[in-house]
Structure formats: C-alpha cells, structure tokens
Design a protein around this ligand. Sequence first.
Ligand code: KIV
Ligand code: ZN
Length: 524
Amino acid sequence: MSAVDSQTDMTDANRVTIFDTTLRDGEQSPGCSMNLEEKLQVADALEDMGVDIIEAGFPIASNGDFEAVREIGKRLKTSSVAGLARATRRDIDRAWDALKTAGRPRIHTFISTSPLHMKFKLQMEPDAVHQAVIDSVSHARDLCDDVEWSPEDGTRTEHDFLCRCVESAIKAGARTINIPDTVGYTVPAEFRALIEMLRNRVPNIDKAVISVHCHNDLGLAVANSLAAVEAGARQVECTINGIGERAGNAAMEEIVMALRTRRDAMPFTTGVKSQAITRASRLVSAITGFSVQPNKAIVGANAFAHESGIHQDGFLKHSETYEIMTPESVGLNRSTLVMGKHSGRHAFKVKLAEMGYGDLSDNAIQGAFQRFKDLADLKKDVYDEDILALIDDVVVRHNDHLRFVSLQVVCGTKGPQTAELEMTIDGEQKHAKAEGNGPVDAVFTAIKEIFPHEVKLQLYQVHAVTEGTDAQAEVTVRLEEDGRTVNGQGADVDTLVASARAYVNALNKLLVKREKSAPAALSA
Ligand code: KIV
Ligand code: ZN
C-alpha cells in the first residue's frame, strides 16, 4: 500500500466516503443486467478495492435484486451494503428484509422533491411529500441505524423546500443526506453553491454527512461531484466505468484518481486502493458487455499510450513530461513475464497473480490455462490483453445456462456458407448445421436452431484485442427482445468463434433478464 492509500483515516475531516452504485444505478441501465454470481464477483472486487458503501440493488424491484442485496449483505465484511427503497412502508420493509442479515446494512430511501416530479410523476402536493419524507425516514430508522435519504431531482428543487425536507429528514434520523443531480442538469459552480446553501441554511446539517449523486448527461458528473466535495460534501456516489442510466453516473475511477493526482489542489482522500481500478473496470466491462471507449480517462486502452513522435520523445526523456499518473497507480502493470506456447501452468499462475487475479479457484485457473494453451498454439506472442480477454471469457461466464463448445464454418466465394455448431444447454450436448447469408448469419442461425428465440440483432461489432493479423478478435453483440436489451462479448483468434461466443453470452444475459421482472416504474 502506498503512502497515499494509507492516508484514509475515517475520522479525517477531509476523508471522502466512496459509495458505489454500479450494482444498482449501473445495473439499471439498458443492457447492463447481471446475474447473482456476477453481482457477487463485482461486490467482492469493490470490497477488495476499499469501497466504503456498495449499493447492491433495489429489493422491491425484483426477486433478483432482493436476493442480490441479501447475499451481498451477508457476504461482505468491511464495506457497508445499501438497499434502495421508495418512500413507502412496503419498499422500506422489503429493503430491510433483504438487509437484516447484513454485517453493515444501510437503507437508502428517496422521494422526488422538484416541482416537475411532484406534479407529474408523484401527483402529490409538496406538504404530502414533506410528510412522506418524515414518515419514510422515521420508519427506516426504526429498522436500521444507518439511513440515507435522497431528494430525487434535487438540483431542480426549490431551495426553501429542499432545506425544509433535508432538515426534517435529519430530524427523523437520516445520517446521510444525498443530493442527486438526477437528470445531469447542473454545472459545477451552481452545484457548489447548492451544497454551500444547504450547509448555511439547514440548522442541523452538521448531524449528517452530505453526499452527492451526479448523472452525466452533460458530461459534467465528475466535475460536479468534485465541486460538491470542495463545498463540503463528504460522500460521492459513483459507478465503475461511469455506467448508469442514460449517459451514466460519475465514474469512480475518475473521482478517485482526480483526488489522488491533484491532492495539491483538492486536499481530500478516499479509502480506494487505486491499483485495483483496472481490474474492476475490466470485470464490469466483461460482465455487462459494455466496452470502455479507448480514450476514456483512467481506464481506456489509450489512457497511458503515447503515439505522437514528440510525445514519445518527451516521455522517454522524462515520463512526467506527458504522464500525470503512472499506469501502475491504476493497476496497469508493465509486464515482467512474456507468455508463449512454452509457458507452463506455474508461469501462467504467476502471470495471473501479477495481473491481479491471484485469488481465482483451481477450476477457473485450469479452464483459463487450457484456453491460454490453445491460444499460444495459434499465436506467437500472448500479450496481457489476450490473457485478460480469455479470463473474461472463461472465468466470468462459468455459470451460464448456454455454453459454446465448438464451431466449424465453410465460407468464401463459392458458397453456400454453412456453420456446424456444438453447444450445451444446462449441460446437455446439442448440435446443429445451418446455412446463412454469409458466415456470421450461418453461425447465428445455427445457434437459433439449437436454442429457438425471437430477438432483434441491434449491434454486431468486432475489434482486435492487440495488433497483428493473428490478434484475437473481440466481438460485441447487442440483442433486443420486447424492449429489453443485452450486450454479449466473446474473444477468440477466430472472428467467427468469437461471434458465436458473444451471441451465446448475450442469450445468457437475456435469460437473466427474462427471469427478472423489472417494471420501468421501479427504476430510480
Ligand atoms: O439519480 C437519482 O436520483 C437516483 C436516486 C435514487 C438517488 O438514482
Ligand atoms: Zn441515479
């Protein structure tokens, strides 16, 4: 642990609590659903990286969310686990049912307070909303010591009413007051002034921690969150890779690294071990099928790449000429072990540990090692990116109902293009042969014969994991069924095999979505 990471005393007035909502607000965004096993993996990664509070779901929204909150709550030791609830007894009781066995439970309850939301969404008068704040927070506090309250659409709420509700929520027992910029509308100076206004005008504000929850519709979520911290907020709500409703939430990796890198300008600390950022980012991307854009700050593939001659020259003379933080500080290690077809199981295990995967089960390592050997037979140099792509493929998906086994394709100008496919459905071997308009169509048609379904293919995208003609292809497939969208990913040196893996991965996600009944009215 570096000196920077050890400066995280919770009693420190400049310590910012990190509240991660990847599993709730993040998971809520179209195409991002995760099954229980996947949520547990993300929760473990978040706890390992030192996240203070993990919002694990919205228990009343679905049985899947309920179960995830309950299981994550029981499992985690150091992170608090929050469950979301609207301002009704039913929601709050359901949240508590999921949380009561947790080591560190938190109920997070919310109601809209802006004129627009109260009139059109809630169809309630302000006085009734104010009473609901008191009733809901009091009820939550009767059940749980740690209660957070949020005025939804807080940044478009009238100041007098916001102050009145915040004061009452604190009186009723809320320990954290979270101000959401629900629609990503505010700008840094305005948000800073809003937090300052609350600190100046709400008489009991010192009895609660001020939190902020910013959406990224104008690309300002991180800037707004940091402005709020400067104004006195001491909890920031965020997600890995910035996933979330619409344009997403504030990206955790950007908040953590901005505070770490610019301690001179913003003297605040977090408890997050920044070296765990890359691994968490890749895990969330692999599970959700949401690739990270190459130029994304901190975790994009190009975030530490130097292409222009002038930059390379300066960088080689002194790295700080063009690098304000090191790749190592976010867990992107310069490799010490080069892997190839002569590398054995031991070297592979050491490599995995070097890349932050030292805790994989023997079974998972065996599966990944087998795929690595197959890959090394086809490809001279196996890069870290290749290994990460196959770990995503093997480790993250070991609980799937549908599994790809093998594929043989005939393609080229002499047609017809045919695909012969083997898959398993819940362990049962299946086989199909299909023709198509091109090899990809033949592969997808063969999958359809084995597992009949009606979906719309919204996106089919291929990119090379590394350079060279022998690079692995990473394919993303987006499917839509009855308004539900899912993304699947697959990697292989054979683009058609990667396509089949991606399609099967998307279908597995669709099965999770079908199980999960999440009416739109229950998203927050
Ligand atoms: O964006 C929002 O307002 C929310 C609340 C439930 C905190 O997600
Ligand atoms: Zn939100």
